[in-house]
Ligand binder design. Structure first.
Ligand SMILES: C[S@@+](CC[C@H](N)C(=O)[O-])C[C@H]1O[C@@H](n2cnc3c(N)ncnc32)[C@H](O)[C@@H]1O
Length: 240
């Protein structure tokens, strides 16, 4: 019943936003488009929260959060995109009980969350759902490499970026590349980069959320995506 009321309110809000978008001047429209997307995410969230409550896993949950097009068999794969088991917004509390998960994996996801404001709450919630002894395993774009390359004049990083599928033609100068690393400007929901990490910064966020034994880990070919082998900082941490 509460769900239905909330669904009705969100739908009504989305309708009002769509109407506004039609009458507002151009500079206002991207913000309204973004708000309409947020309303759509809120509706997906309502459906998936209900579906999550019906999950009946054989053992403790293993969550692959922000799975994109790489769902893992045997894991609960979460993303807002098609292909996920649950279309949940990872910025909201996960619909799982405290201490119900054995493992959380998130590859190239945290950089899409804002700091301050979002990432602290998200990591605190991941800590909540993990059981004692559970681990979080994260991969984020490695920001040390581009910064060192920019300062030292080493072209290796910039040449590598130009060969990547995510390279954009409008990224022309070395500083364009640095900007793209930090921001990954994109109108698509969940694609822009909102923060950049080195080990010190990511470890700080994890420790603040309560994690211990925070350490870099090497790329694991049995586990991590091959296209992330270069340029990713991998970190593992534990809930004591
Ligand atoms: C760069 S992709 C990484 C996908 C995959 N993990 C990989 O390594 O290829 C980031 C993913 O995070 C998802 N994402 C971003 N913000 C999200 C949010 N608030 N809730 C759920 N998923 C989100 C995006 O939809 C996207 O699939």
């Amino acid at each position: 019943m509460r769900d239905r009321g909330e669904r009705f309110r969100v739908r009504l809000g989305a309708l009002a936003l769509k109407t506004l978008k039609r009458v507002m001047p151009d500079p206002v429209r991207p913000t309204l488009r973004r708000a309409i997307e947020e309303a759509d995410v809120a509706l997906q969230q309502l459906d998936s929260v209900r579906r999550a409550s019906r999950l009946d896993p054989a053992g403790p949950l293993r969550l692959n959060l922000g799975c994109g097009s790489k769902p893992r068999p045997g894991w609960v794969n979460v993303d807002l995109r098609p292909g996920a088991d649950l279309h949940l917004d990872v910025r909201r509390p996960l619909p799982f009980p405290d201490a119900s998960c054995a493992e959380i994996y998130a590859e190239h996801v945290l950089e899409h969350l804002a700091y301050p404001g979002e990432v602290e709450q998200v990591l605190a919630d991941w800590f909540r759902v993990l059981a004692s002894g559970g681990t979080v395993s994260l991969g984020v774009p490695d920001t040390e490499w581009p910064l060192r390359a920019y300062v030292s004049g080493d072209d290796g990083y910039f040449a590598w970026c130009r060969t990547q599928p995510w390279h954009r033609d409008w990224v022309r100068t070395r500083l364009d590349t640095i900007n793209y690393h930090f921001r990954q400007q994109s109108p698509t929901f969940g694609e822009a980069h909102l923060y950049a990490y080195d080990f010190e910064t990511l470890a700080d966020r994890l420790v603040a959320a309560g994690f211990v034994d925070v350490a870099r880990r090497p790329f694991d070919p049995a586990f991590d995506s091959e296209d992330r082998r270069i340029g990713t900082l991998y970190v593992r941490a534990t809930k004591a």
